[in-house]
Design a protein around this ligand. Structure first.
Ligand code: ADP
Ligand code: MG
Length: 729
C-alpha cells in the first residue's frame, strides 16, 4: 500500500509516539508580559521626568508629542536589543484578514565602515510598507499606491519570537496617503472613541464623576487540531482550510464524549506550550477545554480593553499556528472544517466599563444603579433591534456561511436571549404603570423592579442564541472562528453609540419640557423595551419553528454573504458610519467591494480544488478499482457461472460507474459555470453568481464522492478519511 493516505496515517501515528509531551506549564506570574514593552518597562527605560509626563498624558488621553515619541523610541530600542531583537516592524491588520509585517533591521552602516543600531521616532511613528497589493477596494490607484502605517500607542509593542530570531512588533493602523483607512484597526479605534463619548454622556446622568467609558472584550476562540501529515495529504485542507469531501466518520460527536472530556496528552502539551507563549506576549489566556466535536478545542483569555483584546486575538491566532507546528499539528481556524460535526466560533463577550470601575451592564444593588443598568441594557437591545442587519453583515464570510443557519450554530437571524429573569424584569418595567405612580421623585423607584442577584445558571444556558446576555455582558456568538473581531466590534460599538446618542436626545427633550430626569430616562427606556420586543427570543434558535416565527416578526434571515453585505451601502448605514466618523462613504463602498471580492475568490479557489482533486485523485482511484471489479466479473463469467452468482458485483460496478461518471460530469459543468461567472464585471453580481450557480455544485459533487468513498476499496482511497483526521491525535 503505497498511497499517500497510508503514508500520512503512518506518519501521524509516529507523531503520536514522538510527541513532545514534556512541555511544562510555567507559572504565569513569572512570564506574564515578558515580551511586552509595558508601561512598567517604560519606567525602567525612560528618564524619570519623561515617564511622569507620559503617564499623565495617558491618563488624560492626550496625544503623544514628537519629543516624547523620540524618548519612547530610544527606550523601546534599548529594551528590544537587550532582549535579543535585531529587527523591528510595524504590525498591522490589512483587509486580507491576517496580520501583516515588514521587517527592517536596526542595523545601519556608519560612514567609518562600522555598523550602528538605530531606531528613531520617525521609524516608530510611521512606516511606508510598499503595500500596493493589499486589498483597497479601489481607494488607492497605483499612481498613489503608497499607504502608510502609523503607531497605535494604546496597544503596547511586543517581541515576537521564532526559532529564526526575534522581532520588535509595533501595533499600527494602516491608511492610504489620502487618509482613508485600509485596515481593521483604524475604524475600530474610531468606533471605540464614539462609544466612549456617547456612553460617557449618558452615564453622567447617573454619576458626574464618569469621564470615560471603555468597551471591554473577552474572546473565546474555538479551533480544531489535525495531524500535520494528514493535513498535508488533503489538498482541500491545505488550500481552503476545510474538507471539501469526506464521508462522516461512523462515530462523530453523537456520544457527546468529547465535550469537556479529558484532554489527550499530545493536545495538552500543545495547549500548555501555547499558553506559555501567549502569556509571555501578555495575552492573558485562562481557560482551555475540549469542545463538542472530536478534535475541537477552545481557549479563552481574561477580558481586556477592546482594542487590546482584538490585537491579542489576532496575535493569538498567529501563535496558535506557530506552536502547532512544533507538535506536528495544524490548527484549523476555519468555521466549518468538517461537515457533519460542529463548526467553530469566536464568542465575543462585550461590556462597557467606566473609568470609575463600574460595569454598566452589571445589574446594580440600588434602584439608581438599576436604572443605569436598565438604560445601557435596553439601549443595547434597541441598537441590535434597529441594526440587526448590520450586525449580521459584520460576521458574514464565505466560511461563516457554513455555520450560520446550518442548524447547528447560531442562525443567520439576529435575536437576543436575555434569560427568563431579565426577560420578566423587562416585561414588568414595561407594564408597570409608572407614570401614574410617580408623583414625586421618591416613589419613581416603585416603577423599577428590584433586580435580584443574577445567578449565571439562570442566564447563559441558551447556546442557540447569536447574541445572549450572560450576567454582566453580552456575548456575540455568531462571530466566526477565523474572523478578525474588529469588524463586528466596530459595528456593535457604532450601533450602540448611535442608539445612546438618540437616547440622550430624547431624554433631554423630555427634561427640557419639565419632566424630571429619572422619569424621563425611565419613559424612554420603557418606550425602547416596547419598540424592540421583536428581537427578544428565549427559545431554541436552531429550530424550524423559529425561522417561521422570526419571519412573522419581520426579522431578517439573510443566509448568504453577498446579499447580507448590501446593508453596508444603504443610505442609512452610510449616514450612520459617517456621522460617527468611522467610515466615509468612499471607505464604506471600498470595504463592501473588498468583502464581495474576497467572497467570490474564496469560492473560486474551492471550486478549482474540487475540480482538480476529482479528476486527478478521486476518479483515478475509482477507475483502478473499477477495473479490478471488471476483471473479477469477467473471470466469473468465463468460468461459466450463472449471472445470479455475481449480480452483487455487477451492481457494485454499476453504482461505482454511475457515481464516477457523475462527478466527472459535474466537475466539468462546474468549470463551465465558473468560466461564465468570471465574465461578470459587477462584483456583487459575480459574488452572487458564485454563490448561487457555482457553489451548489460543491455539495452535489461531494455527495457522489462520499458514496464512492464507501464503495471503493479502502486501500485505494487516496485522501485521509474523516475518521482519521478527527481521531488520530
Ligand atoms: P462561558 O460561560 O461563556 O464559557 P466565561 O464566563 O468564562 O464564559 O467568560 C467568557 C469570556 O467572557 C472570558 O473571556 C471572560 O474574561 C469574558 N468576560 C467576563 N466578564 C466580562 C466583561 N464584563 N466584559 C467582557 N468580557 C467579559
Ligand atoms: Mg461562552
Amino acid at each position: 500500500m503505497s498511497n499517500s493516505r497510508f503514508k500520512a496515517v503512518e506518519e501521524a501515528t509516529k507523531h503520536i509516539f514522538a510527541a513532545k509531551t514534556n512541555v511544562t506549564a510555567e507559572r504565569a506570574v513569572n512570564i506574564y508580559g515578558k515580551n511586552v514593552f509595558t508601561i512598567l518597562k517604560m519606567r525602567e527605560y525612560l528618564p524619570k521626568t519623561v515617564y511622569k509626563e507620559l503617564t499623565s498624558f495617558i491618563d488624560e488621553g492626550k496625544q503623544i508629542t514628537r519629543d516624547m515619541a523620540e524618548y519612547i523610541a530610544q527606550a523601546m530600542k534599548a529594551w528590544a536589543i537587550e532582549n535579543g531583537t535585531t529587527h523591528y516592524t510595524h504590525w498591522f491588520q490589512p483587509l486580507t484578514g491576517s496580520t501583516a509585517e515588514k521587517h527592517d533591521s536596526f542595523f545601519e552602516p556608519d560612514s567609518d565602515g562600522s555598523a550602528i543600531e538605530k531606531f528613531t521616532a520617525d521609524a516608530l511613528v510611521q512606516q511606508e510598507p510598499d503595500a500596493s497589493s493589499f486589498p483597497n477596494g479601489g481607494i488607492r490607484n497605483t499612481f498613489e499606491a503608497r499607504g502608510y502605517t502609523a503607531w497605535d500607542p494604546s496597544s503596547p509593542a511586543f517581541i515576537f519570537e521564532t526559532s529564526a530570531g526575534k522581532t520588535l512588533c509595533i501595533p499600527t493602523v494602516f491608511v492610504s496617503y489620502t487618509g482613508e483607512s485600509l485596515d481593521y484597526k483604524a475604524p475600530l479605534l474610531k468606533a471605540i472613541a464614539s462609544i466612549d463619548k456617547a456612553a460617557t454622556e449618558v452615564a453622567q446622568y447617573f454619576d458626574k464623576s464618569v469621564t470615560k467609558v471603555n468597551a471591554s472584550l473577552g474572546i473565546e476562540q474555538e479551533y480544531f487540531l489535525v495531524d500535520l501529515a494528514l493535513y498535508n495529504a488533503r489538498p482541500d485542507l491545505q488550500l481552503t482550510g476545510r474538507t471539501l469531501f469526506g464521508h462522516m466518520s461512523a462515530k462523530g460527536q453523537q456520544l457527546e464524549d468529547h465535550y469537556f472530556g479529558a484532554i489527550p496528552e499530545r493536545v495538552l502539551a500543545y495547549m500548555v506550550d501555547l499558553e506559555n507563549e501567549a502569556l509571555k506576549l501578555g495575552i492573558p489566556l485562562k481557560t482551555r477545554h475540549n469542545e463538542v466535536a472530536p478534535s475541537q478545542f477552545e481557549c479563552a483569555p481574561m477580558f481586556e480593553e477592546i482594542n487590546l483584546a482584538i490585537d491579542h486575538n489576532q496575535l493569538l491566532m498567529n501563535v496558535m499556528e506557530q506552536v502547532a507546528l512544533r507538535h506536528n499539528f495544524k490548527v484549523l481556524l476555519h468555521e466549518k472544517p468538517y461537515s457533519g460535526v460542529n463548526g467553530s466560533g469566536k464568542h465575543n463577550n462585550w461590556s462597557l466599563i467606566t473609568n470609575t470601575g463600574v460595569n454598566l451592564l452589571s445589574p446594580g444593588k440600588t434602584p439608581k444603579n438599576n436604572l443605569m443598568f436598565l438604560t445601557f441594557f435596553v439601549n443595547t437591545i434597541k441598537a441590535v433591534f434597529e441594526h440587526a442587519d448590520l450586525l449580521r453583515a459584520s460576521i458574514a464570510s464565505h466560511s461563516n456561511d457554513h455555520r450560520l443557519g446550518a442548524n447547528e450554530a447560531p442562525p443567520a437571524i439576529i435575536s437576543i436571549f436575555l434569560g427568563s429573569q431579565l426577560d420578566e424584569i423587562l416585561e414588568e418595567v414595561e407594564s408597570a404603570r409608572v407614570a401614574k405612580k410617580v408623583k414625586s421623585e421618591a416613589n419613581l423607584w416603585h416603577g423599577i423592579p428590584k433586580i435580584p442577584d443574577l445567578k449565571l445558571d439562570n442566564t447563559d444556558r441558551n447556546r442557540t442564541s447569536p447574541f445572549a446576555f450572560t450576567g454582566n455582558k453580552f456575548e456575540f456568538r455568531a462571530v466566526g472562528s477565523s474572523a478578525n473581531s474588529a469588524l463586528p466590534m466596530t459595528v456593535l460599538n457604532a450601533i450602540v453609540a448611535t442608539q445612546l446618542i438618540e437616547f440622550k436626545t430624547e431624554v433631554d427633550k423630555q427634561i427640557k419640557k419639565g419632566t424630571k430626569k429619572d422619569l424621563a430616562i425611565l419613559n424612554v427606556v420603557r418606550k425602547y423595551i416596547k419598540d424592540s420586543k421583536a428581537i427578544r427570543f428565549e427559545g431554541n434558535g436552531y429550530s424550524e419553528e423559529w425561522e417561521i416565527e422570526a419571519a412573522a416578526r419581520g426579522l431578517s434571515n439573510i443566509k448568504s454573504t453577498p446579499k447580507s453585505l448590501d446593508v453596508y451601502v444603504t443610505p442609512e448605514s452610510l449616514e450612520l458610519f459617517e456621522a460617527l466618523g468611522i467610515y466615509t462613504k468612499r471607505e464604506s463602498e471600498a470595504r463592501h467591494e473588498i468583502l464581495l471580492e474576497n467572497f467570490f475568490k474564496k469560492l473560486q479557489i474551492e471550486a478549482r480544488v474540487i475540480g482538480e482533486v476529482v479528476t486527478s485523485q478521486i476518479a483515478p482511484a475509482c477507475l483502478t478499482y473499477q477495473n479490478e471489479l471488471i476483471q473479477n466479473v469477467k473471470g466469473l463469467k468465463d468460468l461459466g457461472l450463472p449471472k445470479e452468482s455475481y449480480s452483487s458485483q455487477l451492481n457494485y460496478l454499476e453504482r461505482i460507474s454511475k457515481h464516477v461518471n457523475t462527478i466527472l460530469e459535474k466537475a466539468e459543468e462546474m468549470r463551465q459555470a465558473r468560466k461564465k461567472a468570471n465574465t461578470i464585471d459587477d462584483v456583487r453580481e459575480k459574488a452572487i453568481a458564485y454563490d448561487e450557480v457555482v457553489k451548489p455544485f460543491f455539495d452535489e459533487i461531494r455527495y457522489h464522492v462520499n458514496k464512492l468513498e464507501k464503495l471503493v476499496d479502502d486501500a485505494k482511497w487516496p485522501l485521509p478519511k474523516l475518521r482519521e483526521l478527527l481521531f488520530i491525535h
